[in-house]
Ligand binder design. Sequence first.
Ligand code: ADP
Ligand code: MG
Length: 339
Amino acid sequence: MRKIAVLDQNTIDKIAAGEVVERPSSVVKELVENAIDAGATAVTVEITDGGKKLIRITDNGAGIEADQIPLAFLRHATSKIEKVEDLEQIASLGFRGEALSSIAAVSQVELITKTPSAVSGSRYIIEGGVEHSLEELGAPEGTTFLVRNLFYNTPARSKFLKSDMTEANYIHTLMEQLALSHPEISFKYIQNRQVKLHSAGNYSVKDVIYSVYGRDITKALLDAEFENDFMKITGFVGKPEIARGNRSFENYYINGRYVKNNIITKAIENAYKGFLMQHKFPFVSLQMQMEGNDLDVNVHPAKREVRFAREQEVYEAVYDTVRRALTGKEMIPKVSVGR
Ligand code: ADP
Ligand code: MG
């Protein structure tokens, strides 16, 4: 046995990076979420070779001030929360301060950014967690990240990547979900120089659904709506005839975050009981809003899982929303009697 010793920072960073950055689509997810948090109204994502060679993400958001750039790449460095109480009320998609340090640990990153008030922009280069340069340069307002040669220094991870086509498909699906969860932002996704998705950013979820799923699906949608003092839900559920053989059509977003949750999935599927044949899964696209303190998103570094303080109420709200949409019933306002 070796003697016990604390690992060096580089090794720690690479281990931690594995939790956040599993594949190219994880990089896209983290960087686009940062763009959204920075208030961008337009985000362009461009990839080649399934994102293994190059991922370029450009936003027109707030930018990063030159003297803050090296800080942003430190582990647990964030502008989004300050203290433990802030975890109770998370309004942003990010808050863990792990993405940039993780991505930079396992790739070659070039960042170009400019804030509205700065006279000029900055370019920063960091590779395998090692800073190369920070220089001034003319740049438009906003931020561009170039991530090259993902996992070039972690061959173990690199080996487990799938084909370029499969990795590109993961990114494409992710971009669709990001566009659906943020209809107020115009997303452009370019794969090997081909535009695969371009959403208008005009606040219309239906327009995004149209550009993602096409006309036949859009024509088969029913409006879904729900509101009580705890939760607000808007969106669409599909008529039974557009159901499919897997769950890829069951999508929902909580406070602008694409998540997976068993309680919500069960509520949706139970609400469709009697409307669908066995082994068929419905189309739904639901946007949910609830107070941050009813929701725990700090379950896993990738933030795809959530926990609810009031599970039963979430279940009932979702079930009711879907069921009423399917049966064409109006919402019966519940008089709240206080608790
Ligand atoms: P987190 O998102 O959890 O704060 P990140 O490592 O993803 O952590 O980012 C670190 C910080 O860098 C953010 O808190 C933010 O201040 C800044 N940042 C990252 N990306 C952008 C961007 N596209 N525009 C403006 N600021 C950014
Ligand atoms: Mg982030």
